[in-house]
Design a protein around this ligand. Structure first.
Ligand code: NAP
Length: 284
């Protein structure tokens, strides 16, 4: 029987620190503020937006939403983005992606002030993650995985770590962050030969492929730590991860559930980034 890594416990531990840091900033005359920029109204974006607003409210961070019409022109989109980017009262910007297909995100990725780039879309912050420089912002989801491992005192150094998925949002940056902590990291993807064997060898296995329950019990080594980043819907219409939780939890050492795992930590990481933005990019 495994130990369950609960996102709510990690978020609770982070909450105390976030509230204290928000208070300190307010006493120094700074009101931390996040602006969410949403184009259109995709259900995924709306769900994340609700969670983010709630988390910011809980810790005392102001959260504004700039809602833009789905058919907005590139020129108008960039103009609106620039206004938020230049607003001295905004310390963090979260842009929901992917954008509608007629819009190009590249100009705003280049434009965003790296210190306001709380979910790592600027090439400056991406380069920092890849070079192991922790002065920038990592994307919130991979950092949430790291927070979870840290909270449950999972030692990464020297361990065999397998990450399934190589997207720029999750898999690749997470692999770099695990490497920074001295894991021996293998990245898997759709062309990986014998995925099962590579997963089975891992002492720490992170699933970020976006395929419902694809990691079965025979792919997980006994006692392994399993972090599930996937958010999928199963045949019954229920939310599930990339890991077949019921069978895998019998033999692994630690496991994060879906829902209630990594996803519950992401908005706390976002809040921590906004506070850092409000301190001009400094860590406390
Ligand atoms: P993505 O862009 O679709 O990337 C998926 C990656 O997984 C790709 O690298 C793909 O390989 C690999 N992959 C897919 N099927 C595979 C298979 N059968 N075997 C091996 N590798 C496979 O997805 P993403 O944006 O990284 O998101 C991954 C999952 O995390 C999704 O379920 C998403 O909803 C979830 N997510 C969760 C959070 C959170 O807060 N918890 C945040 C963001 C995303 P190729 O490169 O070869 O195609």
């Amino acid at each position: 029987m495994s130990m369950i890594m609960k996102g709510a416990e990690v978020a609770k531990a982070m909450k105390e620190v976030l509230i204290r840091e928000t208070e300190e900033l307010k006493q120094a005359g700074v009101e931390p503020c996040l602006t969410i920029i949403r184009v259109g109204a995709r259900p995924d974006d709306l769900a994340y937006e609700r969670g983010a607003k709630k988390r910011m409210e809980l810790v005392g961070i102001r959260c504004e939403v700039l809602e833009l019409p789905e058919d907005i022109s590139q020129e108008e989109f960039e103009q609106q983005f620039r206004q938020v980017n230049e607003d001295p009262e905004v310390h963090g910007i979260l842009l929901f992606r992917p954008l509608p297909s007629h819009l190009n995100e590249e100009p705003v990725c280049q434009m965003i002030h790296p210190k306001k780039d709380v979910d790592c879309m600027s090439p400056v912050n991406i380069a920092k993650v890849f070079s192991g420089d922790e002065t920038g912002y990592a994307p919130c989801t991979p950092e949430a995985v790291m927070k979870m491992l840290e909270h449950y005192q999972i030692d990464i150094s020297g361990k065999k770590v397998t990450v399934v998925g190589r997207s720029m949002v999750v898999g690749k940056p997470l692999a770099m962050m695990l490497l920074k902590k001295h894991g021996t990291v293998t990245i898997c993807h759709t062309r990986t030969k014998d995925l099962a064997a590579t997963c089975r060898e891992a002492e720490i296995l992170v699933a970020a492929a976006g395929k419902a329950k694809m990691i079965s019990a025979d792919m997980v080594g006994e006692g392994a730590v399993v972090a599930d980043v996937g958010i999928n819907v199963d045949e019954e219409g229920n939310m599930c991860g990339d890991v077949d939780y019921e069978s895998v939890q019998e033999t692994c050492g630690y496991i994060s559930p879906v829902p209630g795992g990594v996803g519950s930590v992401t908005t706390s990481v976002l809040a921590a980034h906004v506070l850092r933005g409000a301190r001009g990019g400094q860590t406390p």
